[in-house]
Design a protein. Structure first.
Length: 247
């Protein structure tokens, strides 16, 4: 077995034992104030669908930023896909992020480009050959129900449609993990449900999905694993859990 095969096997074993996401006693302290995360230990298995909920300021976005390696932990270790993110060199970060899809509340699209270009862009930056891009983009747009809108400028779309473009862009590179930070925060109930249904389908196709949300109704209806945070710690972690009311 080559060295590379051996290290891949080790990583597979790590994921099997601890999860595709694993935080080991992680704290994050910003320059001022109480820790945003305070000794979090958490494993998320390959193929899981997990909600992360909690009061404003409880540390949810900080957690997502650690997983994306936008931030590093003050202490403890963050492992994503079996890699210790602290050991990742700066130049390795873009390659690491290829396996992560991410969507945000505010969509973050290129508003002067059309739908097709927004999605194709994600493939161009990782140098996917044009012939494959021309095949992949329509396929993923059909998956999110936007096949007919590929020429539209994103600013001409509804909020729900814009979030679907963002989802298509997040998924086109076939990531192992999809992180969604408040994906329905700017959407009405109907569009929120459509996005959640898409996230569930994506999960059923094998992608691990982590959703940060304040949407109580959706969390309570979907009966997924629910991790509740408060002031930087996990106060509840329950399969088929409910949104716990803030006090
Ligand atoms: N860049 C920063 N510098 C200093 N403090 C920060 C920074 N970002 C977040 N914090 C603090 O860390 C704590 C956790 O913030 P975080 O954004 O992770 O919470 P959250 O649960 O995502 O909140 P919300 O639901 O409002 O988005 C808060 O007390 C916040 O004020």
């Amino acid at each position: 077995m080559t060295k590379r095969e051996l290290s891949w096997k080790k990583r597979e074993q790590f994921i099997e034992d601890h999860g595709i996401i694993y935080l080991d006693n992680v704290s994050k302290v910003y320059s001022k104030g109480a820790p945003a995360l305070n000794g979090i230990t958490l494993g998320i298995g390959k193929g899981e669908f997990v909600f992360i909920v909690g009061d404003s300021g409880s540390g949810k976005s900080t957690l997502i930023k650690l997983l994306l390696r936008e931030l590093t932990a003050t202490s403890g270790s963050v492992y994503v896909m079996g890699s210790d993110l602290e050991k990742l060199k700066h130049r390795q970060v873009p390659k690491f992020r290829r396996n992560l899809g991410v969507v945000f509340q505010d969509f973050r699209l290129l508003n002067d480009r059309n739908v097709y270009e927004n999605v194709a862009f994600a493939q161009r930056i990782i140098e996917v050959p044009s012939i494959e891009i021309r095949r992949n983009v329509p396929t993923i747009l059909a998956t999110v129900g936007l096949a007919g809108k590929y020429k539209a400028k994103t600013r001409q779309l509804s909020g729900g449609e814009q979030q679907r473009v963002a989802l298509a862009r997040a998924l086109v590179n076939n990531p192992s993990i999809l992180l969604a930070d408040e994906p329905t925060g700017n959407l009405d109930p109907k569009n929120s449900w459509e996005i959640m249904t898409l996230l569930e389908e994506i999960n059923q196709n094998g992608t691990t999905v982590v959703v940060v949300t304040h949407n109580r109704e959706i969390v309570n209806a979907m009966h997924k694993r629910v991790i509740t945070m408060k002031r930087g710690i996990i106060i509840s972690d329950a399969e088929g859990g409910e949104y716990i009311d803030e006090d």
